[in-house]
Write a protein that binds this ligand. Structure first.
Ligand SMILES: [Zn+2]
Length: 302
């Protein structure tokens, strides 16, 4: 059995206030979970370094980047961002966009690659929001287009919250198609306009949800004709997620991951996955839900 390429940095999780709603330890727990499941082998983990300044600037304002790096954001900006500023936060925030870029590059060569982070889709051009500082999806997609490694990219975002930052940053980018399937009555209350948006009612169950994902993915592929897909596999669609309002079971999440990845494989479309959102005080249990997309990738691609 061949192994799927993974992208991970040990700097993704760091010592963080335990009572904070953002589960900063989940990246480390996900690594441990994938290790225990045998998904991590001795030669399939790629480790990203800091993103280059000129790459980050493809999707973000220089002044915002500098002020974040140097702890010069206003109290209001920090409140919107939702995470306490610290040096380790800066470090992980500078690495993660490069991790998604690396995942996209590897996927183009290998058909699949999976990032153990990423999907910070609320980050906008000149401000952070909703636990998101830099928009790794926009940065990575813009960089691959600029390098001429891809001509058209689809960002298929299944996190329960709308990918408003991604939609906003990429609204005028004709090379990158944004698609978001989210719970309509959930954060962010003012939605941006993606190229294709599907707002779901609260309480939707597995069967209804999987039909929407299947139909929307086909539509997004037809409309975008991509040569690479970034898939945000947010697990905050889970019934008991701390910040989601859908009613999707663990089996439903695994079925979604199999559906999305097998469809993309049938279309011969390379896919780079990012983990997106997921909120639970029981971080190891949360990590198991994030591991489902890796499990599906392993089944389908190895
Ligand atoms: Zn989310």
């Amino acid at each position: 059995m061949t192994s799927i390429p993974l992208v991970y940095s040990p700097f993704y999780s760091y010592s963080f206030p335990a009572n904070h709603r953002f589960p900063m330890s989940k990246f480390h727990h996900l690594y441990q979970c994938l290790d225990a499941q045998g998904v991590i082998k001795n030669n399939n983990v790629f480790r990203p370094g800091r993103v280059k300044a000129e790459v980050l600037a493809l999707a973000h304002d220089d002044d915002y980047i500098n002020r974040f790096e140097n702890n010069l954001l206003s109290t209001k900006e920090l409140r919107k961002m939702g995470l306490p500023w610290s040096e380790p936060l800066v470090k992980r925030s500078m690495i993660s966009p490069n991790g998604t870029l690396m995942t996209g590059s590897i996927a183009l060569n290998h058909g699949i690659a999976c990032h153990l982070a990423g999907g910070t889709h609320h980050a906008n051009y000149d401000h952070g929001r909703g636990y998101c500082i830099f928009n790794d999806l926009a940065v990575a997609a813009k960089s691959l287009i600029a390098q001429n490694k891809a001509k058209r990219i689809l960002i298929f975002d299944c996190d329960v919250h709308q990918g408003d930052g991604t939609a906003s940053i990429l609204s005028d980018d004709e090379h990158i198609f944004t698609c978001s399937i989210h719970c309509e009555k959930n954060f962010p209350h003012h939605k941006a306009t993606s190229d294709l948006d599907v707002g779901l009612p609260k309480g939707m169950n597995d069967a209804e949800y999987l039909i929407v994902v299947e139909e929307t993915l086909y539509q997004a592929i037809q409309l975008s004709q991509p040569d690479l897909v970034f898939y945000d596999a947010g697990v905050d669609i889970y019934a008991n997620d701390g910040l989601g309002y859908l009613n999707i079971s663990t089996d439903g999440i695994l079925a979604r991951e199999r559906l999305v990845l097998s469809t993309l494989k049938q279309h011969n479309l390379p896919v780079a996955t990012v983990i997106g959102g997921g909120y639970d005080k029981d971080t190891p249990a949360l990590a198991k839900r994030h591991a489902l997309v890796f499990q599906a990738a392993q089944e389908i691609y190895s």
